[in-house]
Each structure stands twice: as structure tokens, then as C-alpha cells.
Design a protein around this ligand. Structure first.
Ligand code: HEM
Length: 472
């Protein structure tokens, strides 16, 4: 960018803030303090630069120090109220649909499709959220799905040897599990080619949603069409089988959607399935990868987790599947899951839009129409909320629970329906991993937090089958 342009933008930044504050005064809003940065781009570049490093905390810490726990900024094209305050975050989460409504960037909502749960609002959202919660709840996992989780994880780990890119493997496992859960489809060539298209869709989430400008976005739109067509074929076939009463009854998500009174169209069902695929894919595979990374870097925790898992496996016959009671006998593993979620902040927070002027603590007002970001990361990594907050310390969960300031899965009417499923998948994965393999990192790898949480090199490790492994 031309230096004089940069200078004039920089000089006009305070002007933009002053102008906005003047408007705010005119309408008697008392905006939270803060700075809107440069016109148009605001503070987006500072945010992205910080989140591309292992330590993005200064972006938030500096602003909290200067302005307090709730401040205004300007990111991703809009002035935004940024909350690092647990109480304000709770207000935002709990008042979904009343004071705030969900708001995703254009690229994400276009690629998801309008009938996805993530974009639904009002009564329909309520009904479909509750259906998705039930379908992903502990009763369904215990009765139908745990068996497949264990089987597919074992199948995948069975082919591991030498150097493994953990993030890639975790993504493959997660995709296969999701296809099984949503449509009872077992892994094979069809799922692998669908996954390749699907990866192109995900790439489009973080680009400018204008086909003329972005080749990635054009590719993503084409891939979205292909994924939708492939899924629509399955939906049609299953609908036909149901009408003709052919084939064994299935207990997957598609079966649940096909019997609903609402009579969803094929397109509606496809949008719904794509959204579930999107919501669980990156998140769960990142959770699996980072749990292993944090454990590798904390040998005492790994030793304790191994001991717990070996005790469970020792009681079982060779190749016997893990059962619900086994999952429920992993207290330390659950501490590791909690702590991974707290430190990694896979979903670092949620965007909403204010539906009306909303007074918040401190006498401030969030004006109607403003974007709001409730940062979970800032709450989870604040030493006032968690002692030595920036350290991976799974034992902290043995001492106390966190109350309601711990929200890795969000909360309120949009609470993540996959919260139990993600925990079960990680627990089974850790059991099968530590009882079968030992491993060392193959290269140094760093965490990054933009565009999503992950590691720079997809966490390469060298795995070695344990000599005393109970299952081969
Ligand atoms: C580590 C794993 C996961 C994390 C950290 C996570 C986190 C979250 C968070 C924070 C939200 C709230 C978004 C908001 O309030 O706007 C959410 C929503 C959602 N999650 Fe998850 N999630 C995970 C895994 C899963 C899985 C496995 C599924 C599959 C069922 C899933 C399905 C969804 C759906 C459909 C929503 C949208 C709910 C709605 O808008 O009503 N998630 N997730």
C-alpha cells in the first residue's frame, strides 16, 4: 500500500472513532470504550497478525488494559463490541433470539445453505436444535453409535505406522464417523472422494465471498454443488426405500429427518446434513490433535492417562469394543478433555448481532444492529478466572469445577449439540492410541489460531506399535 495512503488512513482512524462517538452521543448511546482503527479494515490486520502466532493474547490483553473487559473495535468489515467478560458473554448466549441473533460472515452462510441449523432462527431453530441435541445425546451415542466410534477408530489406527500427520488422520476419522452417524455409510472410495470436495468447501469459508474476486471461493461454490448432489442421491434413495418399505430400518440422522412431520424437502435435508458435517469436522479433529500435542508436552499427564486407560483395557478381552461404562470410568481422561478445550479454545468465541439497543454493565449500551463478539478464549485464559490460566494443567479439574464461565461449547439456545459426541470420540481415540502406540513428534510444530485453531504443520508424529499392545 502507498505510504501516503497509509498515513492518511492512520490519521483518519481517530477521526472515524470520533465520528462514531459523536453519532453515539447524538442517539444517547454510551458505547463501550475502544478504538475503531483504520477506516474499512479497522483493526482486522492486527487481529489476524496476532492470531497467526502462538501467542495471540496481546491483542486482547492490550485492549483490556486500555479500555476494560468490554471494548469496541472494528474487525472483518464492521464495528464490533468485543466482550471478554463472563457476565456479558452469558447475557449474549442466553438471549439468543431475544436480544441477539446469530450472524455469520457472508462466505460461511452462502456455503452452508439457508436451511442449515447454524443459520436457522425462531421456532424452527428451536425444534431442530432440540432434535439434533437428542440425536447427539448420551442415550443415542450409548445405544447406537459408540460401537461404530470404536470400530472406525480402530480400523484407522490399524493402518498407522512410521510418520503420521495427526491432524490429517484425525480429520479422516472424524469425516468417516460423521458419514456413518448421519447416513450409515461406511468408509470407502465414495466417502474419500466426497471428503476431497468437502475440503474445498471449507477452504471457501475464509475468503471474500465474491466469485469474481476469489478463485478459492469459486472452487468452493462448485464443490458445494457437487457435495449437495452426492448427498441428494443418498437422500432420494433412502426416501424411496422408506416408501417402498425396503431395506433394514436405520438409526441414523437421515432416518430421523425423513420421519419428521415437517416433511423436509431433499434440499432442506441436504443443507441440514452439510451443516452438521461442517460443525463437527474441524472442531473434533483439532480437539484430537491438540489433546495429543498437549499430552506429549506434559509427560506426567500422559503417564497418568495411560495408566487409567491401560486399567480399562486390561479388564477387556482382545478386540472387545469399549462400552459406555468404560467411557464413564475415565475421570482423569475427562480432565484432559476439559483442559484441552479450555487451553485450545477451538471455537474462540461467537459473533452475534444486537436486535435492539442493549444496556450492559458499566452503564454502556450495545446499539441495535451492532456486531458483538463474545470471546470464550479471553475468559478461559484470564488468570482471574483460572489460576496459571495459560498453562495446560488437567489436574485443576480434579480440584474444582469452573462454574458457568467455562463455555467451550457455547451455551443457551445454540449450545453445541455435539458436546457429548466430541468428548466420547476423543476419549475412545485416546484409549486406542495410548494402549497401542508410543510416539514422538516428528518435527517442531506450532499452534496457530487463524483462520481456525490448529498447528502449522498438522502435527507430524512418529508412531511405534507398543510391544505389549493388547490389540494388533
Ligand atoms: C471440539 C469439538 C466441538 C467444539 C469445540 C464445538 C463448539 C461449538 C460452539 C462454541 C458452538 C456454538 C456456536 C454459537 O453459539 O453460535 C457450536 C455449535 C454447533 N455445533 Fe459444535 N463443537 C464441537 C463439535 C461438534 C460436533 C461433533 C458436532 C456434530 C453434531 C457439532 C455440531 C454443532 C452444531 C450443529 C452447532 C450449531 C448449533 C446452533 O446454532 O443451534 N459440534 N459448537
Amino acid at each position: 500500500m502507498d505510504a501516503s495512503l497509509l498515513l492518511s488512513l492512520a490519521l483518519s482512524a481517530p477521526l472515524a472513532t470520533l465520528l462514531l462517538l459523536a453519532v453515539a452521543r447524538r442517539f444517547r448511546w454510551r458505547l463501550p470504550p475502544g478504538s475503531l482503527g483504520l477506516p474499512l479494515i479497522g483493526e482486522t490486520l492486527q487481529l489476524i497478525t496476532a492470531y497467526k502466532t502462538e501467542n495471540p493474547e496481546p491483542f486482547i490483553d492490550d485492549r483490556v488494559r486500555r479500555h476494560g473487559p468490554v471494548f469496541i473495535t472494528h474487525v472483518f468489515g464492521e464495528p464490533t463490541v468485543f466482550s471478554t467478560d463472563p457476565e456479558v458473554n452469558r447475557l449474549i448466549l442466553q438471549n439468543e433470539g431475544k436480544l441477539f441473533e446469530v450472524s455469520y460472515p457472508g462466505s460461511i452462510s452462502n456455503l452452508l445453505g439457508p436451511r442449515s441449523l447454524l443459520l436457522m432462527k425462531g421456532e424452527l431453530h428451536k425444534r431442530m436444535h432440540s432434535l439434533t441435541m437428542n440425536f447427539n445425546g448420551s442415550a443415542t451415542i450409548r445405544r447406537h453409535f459408540l460401537l461404530h466410534i470404536d470400530r472406525l477408530i480402530r480400523l484407522n489406527l490399524g493402518s498407522w505406522s512410521g510418520r503420521v500427520l495427526l491432524m490429517e488422520e484425525a480429520k479422516k476419522i472424524t469425516f468417516e464417523l460423521t458419514m456413518k452417524q448421519l447416513m450409515s455409510i461406511d468408509p470407502g472410495e465414495w466417502t474419500e472422494s466426497l471428503r476431497k470436495e468437502y475440503l474445498l468447501v471449507i477452504e471457501g469459508f475464509f475468503t471474500v465471498p465474491i466469485t469474481l474476486v476469489s478463485a478459492t471461493y469459486r472452487r468452493a461454490i462448485r464443490a458445494r454443488t457437487k457435495v449437495a448432489e452426492a448427498l441428494a442421491v443418498i437422500v432420494r434413495q433412502r426416501r424411496r426405500e422408506r416408501e417402498e418399505e425396503k431395506g433394514a430400518p436405520k438409526s441414523d440422522m437421515l432416518a430421523t429427518l425423513l420421519v419428521r412431520d415437517e416433511r423436509f424437502s431433499d434440499e432442506e435435508i441436504v443443507d441440514f446434513l452439510v451443516a452438521l458435517l461442517v460443525a463437527g469436522y474441524e472442531t473434533t479433529s483439532t480437539l484430537m490433535t491438540l489433546a495429543v500435542k498437549f499430552l506429549t508436552e506434559t509427560p506426567l499427564a500422559l503417564a497418568q492417562l495411560k495408566e487409567e486407560q491401560e486399567e480399562i483395557s486390561a479388564k477387556k478381552d482382545l478386540l472387545e469394543g469399549l462400552e459406555w461404562i468404560d467411557y464413564k470410568s475415565m475421570p482423569f481422561t475427562q480432565c484432559v478433555v476439559n483442559e484441552t478445550l479450555r487451553v485450545a479454545n477451538i471455537v474462540s468465541g461467537v459473533f452475534r448481532r444486537a436486535m435492539t439497543d442493549i444496556p450492559i454493565k458499566g452503564g454502556y449500551v450495545i446499539p441495535k444492529g451492532w456486531k458483538v463478539f463474545a470471546s470464550f478464549r479471553a475468559v478461559h485464559l484470564n488468570p482471574e478466572n483460572f489460576k496459571d490460566a495459560r498453562k495446560f494443567d488437567p489436574w485443576r479439574w480434579q480440584k474444582s469445577s469452573s462454574g458457568n464461565i467455562y463455555t467451550p461449547f457455547g451455551g443457551g439456545p445454540r449450545l453445541c449439540p455435539g458436546y457429548e459426541l466430541a468428548r466420547v470420540i476423543l476419549s475412545v481415540f485416546l484409549n486406542r492410541l495410548v494402549t497401542r502406540f508410543s510416539w514422538v513428534p516428528a518435527e517442531e510444530d506450532k499452534l496457530v489460531f487463524f483462520p481456525t485453531t490448529g498447528t502449522q504443520k498438522r502435527y507430524p508424529i512418529f508412531v511405534k506399535q507398543r510391544e505389549d499392545s493388547a490389540w494388533k
